[in-house]
Design a protein around this ligand. Structure first.
Ligand code: FAQ
Length: 362
């Protein structure tokens, strides 16, 4: 039995299947209509898109490069935890789906590096910054995938959290980032469904399979909540984060805490449908707030992982560096090919010009 028979395709499973996504899509189509020669402030004020050739404050440019690069690096490093299961997936069908998913993440990295390049930075430089630790990637990818159920938990929880955070980015004020996000979110939505389906099947399998699914959910729940970033509202906010400025610039549309709460509210219901218990004794419905209350997040662990001391930081970055070094010949070949094509195009243009010059005037 495949989960698709029982998971209702008409019931939204994630934020990319909600009205928020449709509104962002409609907004993106309308975003082309904007006042000519508008200043940066006027564009932000009118909730219009800033495009690469527009004037923009250097701090806005810097913030976008930091966030988009971190996002791109996350997609590329994020291929590793599930990539290690491609050879061990339990069936040919699962293997084909997993390969497609991991490949999609590489594609997302590509769109995002391209979006970052429109801000005047070179992809090679961004990769150098990832490799020598000057730029970050998401904390979540420093955790190990111990069993097949971890691929289910990543799809369900990690992709679910990623979409919750990224659907509002489809309305980001910077055009190339917003447009990239529209496609990324649609693909991530498919990824989340496949994760849900893996867990759905395991939960309807043997006792050992159910235990494996529960163990994976236990290990990924806390790190998934950390993906949204530190508290940035209320008493728990430490200050010094980027949210306030990024919201004023229309880069972020919601606080980290708002998005985390929406995620919890959505996941509690899905966990129930799956038959999984979320590992939080403080999880309870709060009638007054109209939201699920949840327990404290282990921010010491988050800080340790960010500092490079998570379970897999060293392994992830050394694998990435090795892949980069081993791929040097591909980049060299592609560069040589592009130069050859450009030289051919130039010489063809010159020949056409000579022909025109030789033609007698009419
Ligand atoms: N990990 O003031 P804020 C995916 C840092 S893609 C590491 O809140 P901001 C797809 C933050 O950089 C997942 N660092 O910062 C997939 C800042 O440090 P800095 C990635 C984190 O930027 C699925 C400091 O803490 N998604 O999963 C994290 O306004 C499955 C203060 O934080 C994106 O990148 C963290 N979790 O908000 C792939 C989405 N959280 O730079 C494969 C785009 C915070 O000052 C398999 N990014 N920090 O040194 C964003 O929306 C934002 O950058 C946030 C952080 C929300 C992550």
């Amino acid at each position: 039995m495949y989960g698709t028979e029982v998971i209702d395709p008409d019931v939204p499973l994630n934020a990319a299947e909600s009205a928020d996504y449709d509104a962002a899509l409609a907004g993106s189509a309308a975003a082309g209509e904007r006042p000519a020669h508008a200043s940066f402030d006027a564009l932000i004020e009118a909730d219009q898109r800033v495009e690469p050739r527009d004037d923009m404050p250097s701090a806005y440019r810097k913030t976008l490069i930091r966030q988009i690069a971190q996002h791109a690096h996350s997609e590329v490093i994020g291929m590793q935890p599930e990539g290690s299961w491609v050879t061990r997936a339990p069936s040919l069908r699962r293997k084909a789906i997993l390969i497609a998913k991991v490949q999609d993440e590489a594609g997302h990295g590509l769109y995002l590096y391209s979006a970052a390049e429109t801000l005047g930075i070179d992809r090679a430089e961004l990769l150098d910054m990832l490799h020598d630790g000057r730029q970050k990637y998401s904390s979540i990818f420093n955790y190990p995938t111990l069993t097949w159920a971890d691929c289910g938990a990543i799809g369900w929880l990690v992709d679910g959290a990623a979409i919750m955070n990224q659907v509002p980015l489809c309305r980001c004020s910077y055009g190339p980032y917003a447009r990239a996000m529209i496609r990324v979110c649609k693909e991530e939505s498919f990824h989340q469904r496949q994760g849900f389906e893996i867990l759905w099947n395991l939960m309807r399998g043997t006792d050992a399979q159910r235990a494996m699914a529960q163990d994976a959910a236990n290990r990924w729940w806390g790190p998934a909540l950390m993906m949204f970033g530190p508290h940035d509202t209320g008493d728990a906010a430490q200050g010094g984060g980027h949210t306030e400025q990024s919201m004023a610039w229309g880069i972020k549309r919601f606080s980290n805490d708002d998005l985390r709460q929406r995620f919890v509210d959505m996941m509690v219901l899905q966990a129930d449908r799956l038959g999984l218990t979320l590992p939080d004794p403080d999880l309870r419905w709060n009638e007054e707030r109209g939201h699920w209350d949840f327990g404290a997040i282990d921010w010491d662990e988050f800080r340790r992982v960010l500092k490079g001391d998570g379970p897999c930081n060293a392994e992830r970055i050394s694998h990435r560096r090795r892949a980069h070094d081993e791929g040097a010949w591909v980049r060299e070949a592609a560069t040589a090919y592009a130069a050859k094509q450009a030289a051919r195009a130039t010489s063809a243009t010159r020949s056409t010009d000579r022909l025109h010059a030789a033609e007698p005037a009419a």
